[in-house]
Write a protein that binds this ligand. Structure first.
Ligand code: UTP
Ligand code: MN
Length: 497
């Protein structure tokens, strides 16, 4: 033990320096009692300094006790010194001066104990107390952020969307997701980012995203984005996938075959379009244009009428982007169910039939339910769920729309083709479906990620499963699901992540 107080021991008279001090000086400074710590100093230097001090009338204690007023150490490691001092069971360590050797040498030079100054102190380094979390820290999970349709950072998020789509088309999923996450964080801010430094406490913004932001702030544009916008392949794939029924695989196939325009594809006899694609091209002008809120409202009225002709106690709810308060959408999404468990699927078919008889149905793709409760929980959380659903194109008369149709210039038709999705879950799955179809996609993705990583739960459009308790959690409202997840309730209009 280096630190152990050293008891008096016989002096080694052989040391020349010891011999040079007169050792019978009477103590002059009664209220200063020094203790020299042997560690780092070494035994012989300690003896030397002890004799030196005594020769000048200082009291030097051989043992550390409560009478000591000044502890002097040559140890620069304050933590180990303090740890040892605390273990010495002194009654009040706070009254002891813990000093480095400079106080001792200054005092020897002056021939008296010099007043203790800050430069003499060996201060205790306290373990760093964890910083309290900043009050408004932005969560890395979109489901813990409130994101309205108001976007103060559109100059960045529009650029990120171009980049995300580009990476998606090139199947570089990690980068695609990184840009979507970054865009989602920026959308949640109630302020505009004016310099990259302002983003330092924000999650999900990596080097690449920050570099793009820097360029936009500096030059008003991103060169990477401009390159993509002028890239033929990317623009062609975007054009082809904008057709209802054309996915990335088909788009890529057409591009590889040398097609660059719709007319090229449509005039090629060997290309067989499926029913969905045929309708997609037929109504392209209409369905590639945004649906307005008033148009969505009018579609809601039509479906509501059709549903209630069939059964008065059906439950119909607007979902998707319009439920989140968006002004425009690419389609209109509804959930349809009935309190009679098991009746929902035939209800959906009846509604489609009714619309058809009214001459309102331009296209319908009905998908029967593949929902099997015994196959839950599913560990695959794809966007598609197993409920009965249909993808429709409806004919919407202008007269039914408050304020009229949003029409392209020079279009004098009094109707418009509108994309409508209906999903029909069993009523006991209603809350999960409503939460899942309300979106946004980023919000859903992070709800599931949060459930899995933070709660050991599995969430999808069908159910919530607690892996720890090994049980399904029931919910009749969206709020129940947020409660199960221990999340603050986020209103639909705050889910535009
Ligand atoms: P949309 O693609 O309609 O998105 O899907 P949106 O938010 O309404 O945006 P726009 O305005 O139409 O472009 C709505 C939600 O339904 C979910 C999607 O994940 C999205 O969150 N959804 C869609 C499913 O859960 N399953 C599906 O089969 C289809
Ligand atoms: Mn939608």
């Amino acid at each position: 033990m280096f630190y152990a107080p050293v008891a008096l021991r016989p002096k080694k008279r052989s040391k020349p320096e010891e011999a040079s001090f007169s050792r019978h000086e009477e103590p002059k400074f009664q209220d200063v009692r020094i203790f020299l710590v042997e560690r780092k100093m070494g035994h012989s230097r300690r003896s030397f300094l002890t004799q030196l001090a005594r020769s000048k009338g200082f009291i030097v204690e051989d043992v550390l006790s409560d009478t000591v007023t000044h502890v002097v150490s040559e140890d620069s490691q304050s933590s180990s010194l303090w740890a040892w001092l605390k273990g010495c069971s002194l009654s009040d360590l706070s009254t002891v001066n813990v000093l480095n050797i400079s106080w001792f040498t200054d005092s020897m030079r002056e021939g008296r104990p010099v007043p203790v100054q800050t430069k003499h102190l060996i201060q205790e380094i306290l373990p760093e107390t964890p910083k309290p979390a900043p009050v408004n820290k932005v969560s890395q999970y979109a489901c813990q952020r409130r994101t309205t349709t108001e976007n103060y950072n559109r100059i960045f998020t529009d650029a990120f969307e171009v980049l995300a789509v580009n990476y998606e088309l090139n199947e570089i999923e990690g980068r695609c997701l990184a840009f979507r996450r970054a865009a989602s964080v920026l959308k949640s801010l109630p302020w505009a980012v004016k310099c990259v430094g302002a983003t330092q406490d924000l999650p999900c913004l990596g080097e690449h995203t920050k570099a793009v932001m820097k360029e936009i702030l500096q030059y008003g544009r991103s060169f990477e984005v401009e390159k993509i916008l002028s890239d033929e392949r990317c623009q062609t794939l975007k054009l082809f996938t904008s057709v209802f029924g054309v996915g990335p695989k088909t788009a890529e196939k057409w591009y590889r075959r040398g097609f660059r325009s719709f007319s090229g594809v449509l005039s090629e006899p060997s290309i067989q379009l499926n029913r969905m694609q045929q309708s997609g091209f037929l109504h392209y002008g209409d369905i590639s244009r945004a649906v307005s809120k008033a148009e969505a409202q009018a579609v809601g009225n039509i479906i509501d009428e059709a549903v209630h002709v069939i059964t008065p106690n059906a439950i119909l709810a607007l979902t998707g982007g319009f439920r989140r308060g968006k002004e425009i959408g690419h389609d209109v999404d509804f959930i349809l169910t009935t309190p009679e468990l098991g009746r929902e699927e035939s209800l959906l078919i009846s509604v489609i039939d009714h619309l058809k008889k009214q001459g309102l149905l331009l296209f319908s793709d009905h998908q029967a339910s593949t929902f099997d409760i015994s196959k839950l929980p599913s560990h695959r959380f794809e966007a598609m769920d197993h409920f009965a659903k249909c993808f429709l194109i409806l004919r919407l008369e202008g007269s039914k729309v408050e304020g009229g149709l949003q029409r392209a210039e020079g279009d004098s038709r009094d109707w418009k083709a509108v994309r409508v999705d209906l999903v029909s879950p069993p009523v006991d799955r209603y809350a999960y479906t409503l939460l899942g179809w309300t979106g946004s996609r980023m919000f859903e993705r992070d709800l599931r990620r949060f459930a899995r990583l933070e709660r050991q739960m599995l969430l999808d459009n069908h159910a919530l499963y607690d892996k720890t308790k090994k049980e399904f959690l029931t919910a009749t409202t969206e709020k129940d699901i947020f409660d199960h997840l221990g999340l603050e309730y986020i209103e639909p209009w705050q889910r535009n992540a």
